[in-house]
Design a protein. Structure first.
Length: 199
């Protein structure tokens, strides 16, 4: 039986956007169980001595990434608009994603948040945007937001971020399969294939 694939992502991450739009379909086609694992990159960057995205700290690398995103979104037919703010604050949508990660509509919510950020250049930290997305998915937005911000649920995001650091994650996106790390959007197919291996 295929092994569960954990997809670790950050809503501010450009390459997480492309990967998140693809991973559920890839796993479904391969019969691989998928687990959504939102986390925050900021604390992991701090462990590496960075106070900002490495794409901002290294302008040459940043210029390459923005052009690469144009190519990738064209390749996969994804909406693209370079965000006016990068990286955006993502704590609130990440808390909601942690709260709903096991719901059957979690993938739809996650993809809608990514599209709002990188397809529509909207402030995904905004309660207005979050309420709109949740309502469009047929959810009680106020209840979902209040629950995600409750003390017992807020800890989920912190726990995920700490677990990401403990697992050796250093960027996003990542796939973990039985502790085997696959980093980057281009590694998705390899991660899915690894999950199909006899364990």
């Amino acid at each position: 039986m295929p092994t569960t694939l954990e997809f670790w992502f950050e809503f501010a991450s450009t390459y997480s956007y492309v990967a998140a739009m693809r991973i559920e379909g890839l796993c479904a086609a391969a019969g691989v169980p998928l687990r959504w694992k939102p986390f925050l990159l900021g604390p992991l960057f701090a462990l590496q001595g960075w106070n900002d995205s490495h794409f901002n700290l290294n302008p040459r690398r940043g210029a390459y990434m923005w052009r690469d995103m144009e190519r990738l979104t064209t390749k996969f037919g994804l909406p693209w608009r370079r965000p006016a703010v990068f990286p955006r604050a993502t704590t609130r949508p990440a808390r909601v994603a942690c709260h709903v990660a096991d719901e059957p509509w979690a993938g739809d919510f996650i993809r809608r948040i990514f599209t709002a950020n990188f397809g529509d250049d909207r402030d995904i930290q905004s309660l207005e945007v979050l309420r709109e997305i949740l309502a469009d998915l047929g959810q009680d937005a106020d209840t979902a937001l209040a629950t995600a911000e409750s003390p017992e649920r807020r800890s989920l995001l912190r726990a995920n971020t700490e677990a990401a650091a403990a697992a050796g994650l250093f960027g996003a996106p990542n796939c973990l399969v039985n502790g085997e790390l696959f980093w980057g959007e281009e590694a998705l197919e390899d991660a899915v294939a690894w999950a199909q291996r006899p364990q």
